[in-house]
Design a protein around this ligand. Sequence first.
Ligand code: SAH
Ligand code: F3S
Length: 450
Amino acid sequence: MSLLSGNPQASVGQPGQSATPSKGLYLESYGCQMNLADSEIILGSLAAHGYEPVETAAQADVVLLNTCAIREHAEQRVAQRVRQLIAERRDGRRMRIGLAGCMAQHHREKLLDEIPGLDFVVGPDGYRRLGQLLEAGEAVADVRLDQHETYADIAPRRGEGVRAWLTIMRGCNRLCTFCVVPFVRGRERSLPPEVLIEDLENIVAQGYKEVVMLGQTVNAYSYGDVDFAQLLERAAEVDGIERIRYTSPHPADMSERTIETLARTPKVSPYVHLPLQSGSDRMLSAMERGHDVDQYRRLLAKLRDAVPAIAVSTDIIVGYPGETDEDFEATSAFMEEMNFDHAFLFKYSAREGTRAFKLEETLSEDEKGARLQRLIAEQEARAARINQELLGSVTEVLVESKAKKQEGWLAGKNPQFKTVVFDPRTAAIGELVKVRIEAAGSHTLRGRQV
Ligand code: SAH
Ligand code: F3S
């Protein structure tokens, strides 16, 4: 579960049932889970200004795309989408159209010139002021970063489902050379533990079964003397929460205490997304990731030792400037050695403002593409092989939806965050059920409720 970008992940929030006349807000979220969680904050914040979510842009008074800046492709897609929405805006219905989030912060006011018809631009720290901003008549930008903004007092308006997002920290202090996140989301800051535990109690009261704690370096969480390990412990004490997940931890921030806590807290699911980026020490050092290959190897061994059932996924970048054949082969070999259950694989994309932006790229798009394709093929085979070993075993599934393809089947995730599609006996959405695995591919397990 990487903080992955690309597709619009969802339009969040449920259409309102309020009797008072409201203004319609149509919101699309792109990019990572953090953006989904931010969209829920936007909905919460705008509810106070009389905005209720609507299901189509055509019904809306305000159309908002919550955007991603992590790779150029993510931005190009949003630019296309917003131009399309502007073109479709009907005469006489002067809805306001705006961009929120990381791409908005990355390009700021410039977007208002580049995209004619765009009404407003708001960065990740501007959502508190969005209600006022929407009242402005002219095109406006609010792209002030605020290292104290955590939205701790704004109740997010969560969507339907079994899984709730809980942002526990915002921003990032790491400054990996390739990454735009610290520039568009600012410095690291954590939310007070009391606020988080109270929100978790609300999450349970609202019927969610699973919580995903979010942060760019989620395990760097620190507030007063409460660290990530303690926060996990406190969260596990909240009655009624079935599963606790978190993403994404940084390898260099994974403390002994956190590992011990993972080992003795069964409510924390046995799954870790541990971004690696490269299996070459030379590249890790150029990227300033803060650890080398051997430290990662030892960390994963410790995690697997502490939590034997743990599944592991990672992020990899191919084609960082200067990546040689040898560096690439080292990544391929190390991925095999680490036996990742899943990997999010990306071609390097130069981002303005980052330190790596100044470096000359040494591979063509085609060469990067070829490297990417090879890692994808290797990872697919690896995942299929790992999943095949699960045939005949019984796993616990938190049922989250109907299956997309098989009529009458249900789908959900197991503790290792693998998708399980199954033939139910008594199961209903929201329940935890046991499923025997009868077929396994690289992405999905199939089975029957036992
Ligand atoms: N701290 C976050 C990182 C967010 S970015 C996390 O751990 O999830 C998510 C992933 O996008 C990164 O791990 C990296 O693999 C990838 N990424 C970031 N910047 C990139 C760039 N400039 N080009 C290609 N991939 C990038
Ligand atoms: Fe980006 Fe590195 Fe932070 S990948 S989000 S700068 S940990």
